[in-house]
Ligand binder design. Structure first.
Ligand code: A2P
Length: 295
């Protein structure tokens, strides 16, 4: 049984969600079905991942009641704008095969077109009022993006999903989130971005980090489990991605051990302040060649 986190509007969300970024559509339904069979009750996808349909299929195949599953998805930037984002909800809900979405978030800020980011968020507010989504939020927002959004909109985002692992701990984002009452959710929580196969240049995998390995050894756990435990003890949500049944199981089996305060600090201290993913201010995501097909 997963730990529940309470969002700023009172909705509860299981702390651990199965991530499906880069999960090929043909493997996604099986991964979702496996995860739900193991006790996961939260799945994180995105319109931009191209596998919402298979997430819905996996939920139906699992036999778990839809209302017992917390479904999170993201609006891609090509659908930003008031009417476009309202329509993006319809596309995602239809592909997922659901009437409502538990958490709908903006995938990226668009600093170069911030007025469209605001219009997209206003559409999320409308969907919240209409009861089509239970909570709304953002992803990849830096503190100044949160400040700019708060200046122009009403509802405080429930969640900010950002790259966050021991080599990039995002202290400023975590502080901004908590001062506003936004829950921080970690993508690449076990540092997948530090070792994704095929991402070109040499990277140092956080799974190989000596400090993490030592702590893992002391607890008889794996490095991935230690990192997930570090997040959970610091009250973050995590969405580890795996399509491998053993690793899906391992990533959920993190509720029966406890890291000591000094162990948490020594993991915090591994921060290198260098992100693995794109800098939200340096890229114009609307220039990426990605359009979300109709359902
Ligand atoms: P796979 O799907 O083959 O398990 P992140 O969510 O931090 O981005 O990490 C995702 C990456 O980590 C994927 O490449 C995934 O591959 C791999 N992975 C997931 N769980 C584990 C684990 N427990 N131990 C090692 N690698 C893992």
């Amino acid at each position: 049984m997963d730990q529940l986190l309470t969002l700023n509007n009172g909705v509860t969300m299981p702390a651990i969600g199965l991530g499906v970024f880069q999960s090929p559509p043909e493997e996604t339904a099986a991964a979702v079905e496996t995860a739900l069979g193991l006790g996961y009750r939260h799945i994180d996808t995105a319109a931009g991942y191209g596998n919402e349909r298979e997430v819905g299929e996996g939920i139906r195949r699992s036999g778990v009641d839809r209302d017992d599953v917390f479904i999170e998805t993201k609006v891609w930037v090509s659908d930003y704008g008031r009417d476009e984002t309202l329509h993006a909800f319809d596309k995602s809900a239809t592909k997922l095969g659901v009437e409502h979405i538990d958490l709908l978030i903006l995938h990226q800020p668009m600093p170069q077109h911030f007025e469209r980011t605001v219009a997209a968020y206003e559409a999320l507010e409308q969907l919240l009022t209409d009861g089509k989504v239970r909570a709304i939020g953002v992803s990849n927002f830096m503190p100044h993006h949160l400040t700019a959004l708060r200046a122009e909109t009403e509802v405080v985002p429930a969640v900010n999903q950002v790259e966050l692992h021991p080599y990039f701990t995002q202290r400023a984002v975590q502080e901004a989130d908590s001062s506003l009452g936004v829950l921080t959710q970690a993508w690449s929580p076990i540092g997948g971005i530090t070792f994704y196969p095929g991402w070109g240049e040499e990277r140092t995998s956080v799974l190989e980090d000596p400090t993490i390995r030592e702590i893992a050894g002391a607890h008889g756990r794996t490095p991935a489990q230690v990192m997930l435990r570090w997040h959970i003890q610091q009250a973050r949500s995590v969405i580890p991605k795996s399509t491998n049944p053993d690793r899906i199981a391992q990533n959920f089996d993190v509720h029966d051990f406890e890291l000591a305060p000094d162990e948490l600090v020594s993991i915090d201290d591994l921060d290198r302040g260098v992100r693995g993913g794109p800098d939200p201010d340096a890229v114009d995501p609307s220039s990426w060649d990605l359009e979300i097909p109709e359902a």
